[in-house]
Design a protein around this ligand. Structure first.
Ligand code: ZN
Ligand code: ZN
Length: 352
């Protein structure tokens, strides 16, 4: 812990209170709401997945069910990795308003929290990585040191039941200034609902049956929510514990090959911590990164531009003393600092 990250003030009752910059201590009421929300968002998809499995064994699972699962999984995980993560959190590329809206809506449909909540928590994760203040580290639960299975559980899912809040006014200033994004953020539950109703509608329309609608709801909705949620959360837990570390970064991030495909490239997590503002997470020719392929396709049709990637020389020259913000130097047309810089520059790094 460094004193630079702590703020103190005299409260109304005359006592001196200290807190971390950018973090709001959750009241017991907020923590109760977090428990209810996490129970519903974890329990609902889990129950749906068990039911879908039961029906697959006792009745049937159709090609349409699997198509809906893969289609909605890919679209919403792309919303998370290409949209919430690479674009909105790190400003790794610029995008047209229509692409921003599409990415914001698709990411919201993944049911991992509203855009500002997701981005704020993730910027906070980069700021306090594996230190007290990191919302989902396998090494710390708020100020308490954890590790082993307890740490993995906390980083994967435990934190969502009970955590201090990230101050959006500190971490998401750039997004708060965008009225359209703020509006999409506000209607988060509507997007989640559409995300589960749409596959039900398609299933019912194609099969002309209520069973088809139920099956579409289960496979394209709840099973998809369950699998995509745990794939993303595995980046918080598994890739901070198991895998290779080609870059000796300050935190414990790893590249984990098993998670590369299901997360569309997020499995290259050590690469990402070394070059956080890079639009590409796979940094070598054979490092498959479907999220990066999507960005390149969008760039080819001029829907995104100013795409930031490090040069091979910068990758080769990387060392742990480099500041990650400057290491991931932008492409020539993006010399101006991206949103990550502007939001994080106001709070000092936990380690120097
Ligand atoms: Zn990380
Ligand atoms: Zn990141």
């Amino acid at each position: 812990m460094t004193a630079a990250n702590l703020v103190s003030a005299v409260s109304a009752d005359g006592r001196i209170r200290t807190w971390r910059r950018g973090i709001i201590r959750s009241s017991s009421q907020i923590r109760r709401a977090q428990r209810v929300h996490a129970a519903v968002m974890n329990g609902g998809p889990l129950v749906g997945t068990v039911l879908a499995g039961y029906l697959a064994v006792t009745a049937r699972v159709t090609v349409l069910d699997l198509v809906l699962l893969v289609l909605f999984y890919t679209l919403t995980i792309a919303g998370i990795t290409v949209g919430f993560h690479r674009h909105f959190t790190h400003g790794a590329f610029k995008a047209s308003p229509s692409v921003r809206v599409a990415l914001a809506v698709l990411g919201s449909m993944a049911g991992q929290g509203p855009l500002l909540y997701w981005v704020g928590n993730h910027r906070r994760h980069h700021h306090y990585s594996d230190c007290p203040g990191d919302p989902h580290s396998p090494l710390f639960d708020e100020e308490r040191k954890v590790g082993g299975l307890t740490g993995l559980w906390h980083a994967h899912i435990g934190w969502s039941f009970n955590h201090d809040l990230t101050n959006a006014a500190v971490y998401c200033k750039d997004l708060l200034r965008d009225p359209l994004i703020a509006k999409i953020n506000k209607h988060y539950f509507l997007w989640v609902l559409i995300g589960v109703l749409l596959p039900a509608l398609i299933g019912g329309a194609v099969t002309q049956s209520w069973y088809g609608a139920l099956s579409g709801f289960l496979w394209g909705g709840l099973v998809r929510l369950f699998t995509s949620y745990h794939a993303t959360n595995a980046i918080n837990s598994i890739t901070h514990a198991f895998g290779s570390r080609p870059f000796e970064t300050r935190e414990q991030s790893r590249n984990n090959l098993l998670l590369v495909l299901p997360t569309l490239g997020e499995g290259w997590h050590n690469n990402h911590h070394a070059f956080p503002t890079s639009a590409a997470f796979g940094l070598q020719p054979l490092q498959l990164d479907l999220g990066w392929m999507i960005i390149r396709a969008l760039r080819a049709v001029s829907l995104v531009w100013d795409v930031r990637t490090p040069t091979q020389r910068q990758i080769a020259a990387w060392n742990p003393d480099h500041d990650p913000d400057t290491t991931s130097a932008p492409a020539p047309s993006t010399s101006a600092p991206g949103p990550e810089h502007s939001s994080l520059s106001i709070v000092p790094k936990p380690r120097t």
